[in-house]
Design a binder for this molecule. Structure first.
Ligand SMILES: [Ca+2]
Ligand SMILES: [Ca+2]
Ligand SMILES: [Ca+2]
Ligand SMILES: [Ca+2]
Length: 321
């Protein structure tokens, strides 16, 4: 009898890997709690309870990845970005489909699941790149604007390139080129307006032993972790004005950055009144600029050095005598 039991459970294991979970794509949430890979605060949207992300679900069987999302949306877009392989995009503002003012640091998404105002027929799944291309999927969204919605999507692993790991971020964004009002996992760069740089992703290991087959007999929450990538901005390496006290020019403005950035050098009076940009929005990591000071009145000036990529600013004094 015991032998029979062992044999029969082995038989079941081999033929029916029990935790390969196939989701019914019907708009009814049949994901289990151990497939809730991101549980977001139900009340953390910058755009009211009408635009709230709740929970992101993920599971799979041998051939198919299933994504579920519960959320509320009113006249905005839901976007779920998937990073599955090296390469991908780091700026969603440049997309030809669902462009949004969202950048990425660390992970570079390769696929996007998107819909507008609870209507999946206005969205779908696309591979991201210079030009986006539609990916076949099965999906349904149940619910209507301003109410609780549930999105279910099934995508064949083959079309996703059979990833070993997937990193995810989901956002509620406004219309084309608009920013985000809620994100999961939470990322402090989403503030309800302005551009966001997402550097926090949920990473789920699909094929942990790397045998090319998605892992069975595991709970997706057990193989999920939140990855926070460091956002690195170009910084000033060396900045000087030579000479910094001068009667005639030219004066050399020397700027070296740790990485290429959009540099501006602005001239202010000693009292802090803006006069003009000496260098305006130049893409560079090194510049030795020859500054003509012949039309500058005698006095003390402040030069402010900053880049559009970094909020830090450097100030240097200059005296014309
Ligand atoms: Ca279902
Ligand atoms: Ca939320
Ligand atoms: Ca990628
Ligand atoms: Ca959130």
């Amino acid at each position: 009898m015991r032998k029979f039991l062992v044999l029969s459970s082995l038989f079941t294991l081999l033929l029916y890997p029990e935790t390969f979970h196939s989701i019914q794509i019907d708009g009814e949430n049949d994901f289990s709690p151990d497939e809730a890979v991101v549980i977001d605060d139900a009340n953390d949207s910058y755009w009211s309870s009408q635009n709230e992300l709740d929970t992101l679900f993920l599971t799979w069987n041998a051939e198919t990845l299933f994504i579920g999302c519960s959320y509320t949306l009113n006249n905005n877009a839901l976007l779920i970005f998937l990073d599955t392989e090296t390469g991908g995009i780091d700026n969603a503002n440049g997309l030809d489909w669902y462009p949004r003012d969202v950048r990425f640091s660390g992970a570079k998404p390769d696929f996007l699941v998107a819909l507008w105002n609870c209507d999946l027929s206005l969205g779908g799944v696309r591979k991201l790149g210079e030009n986006t291309s539609p990916v076949s999927y099965r999906g349904i969204n149940s619910g209507s604007p301003g109410e609780k919605n549930f999105l279910e999507v099934a995508i064949p692993f083959e079309l996703l390139g059979n990833p070993q790991k997937i990193s995810l971020t989901a956002l509620i964004c406004g219309g084309d080129y608009a920013g985000a009002g809620d994100v999961m996992p939470d990322d402090p760069s989403v503030r309800g307006s302005g551009n966001a740089i997402i550097n926090i992703f949920r990473e789920i290991t699909i094929d942990g032993d790397g045998d090319g087959v998605p892992d069975s007999l595991i709970a997706p929450v057990d193989v999920s972790k939140t990855e926070e990538y460091k956002v690195s901005f170009p910084e000033f390496k060396s900045v000087f004005i030579n000479p910094s006290i001068a009667q005639t020019g030219p004066v050399a403005i020397h700027v070296e950055l740790t990485d290429t950035a959009t540099l501006t050098v602005a001239l202010f009076t000693e009292e802090g009144r803006f006069l003009k940009n000496v260098i305006e929005g130049v893409r560079t990591d090194f510049i030795e600029y020859s500054w003509d000071i012949h039309d500058l009145d005698k006095g003390i000036y402040i030069l402010k050095f900053y880049t559009s990529e970094n909020r830090g600013m450097l100030k240097k004094a200059f005296v014309r005598y």
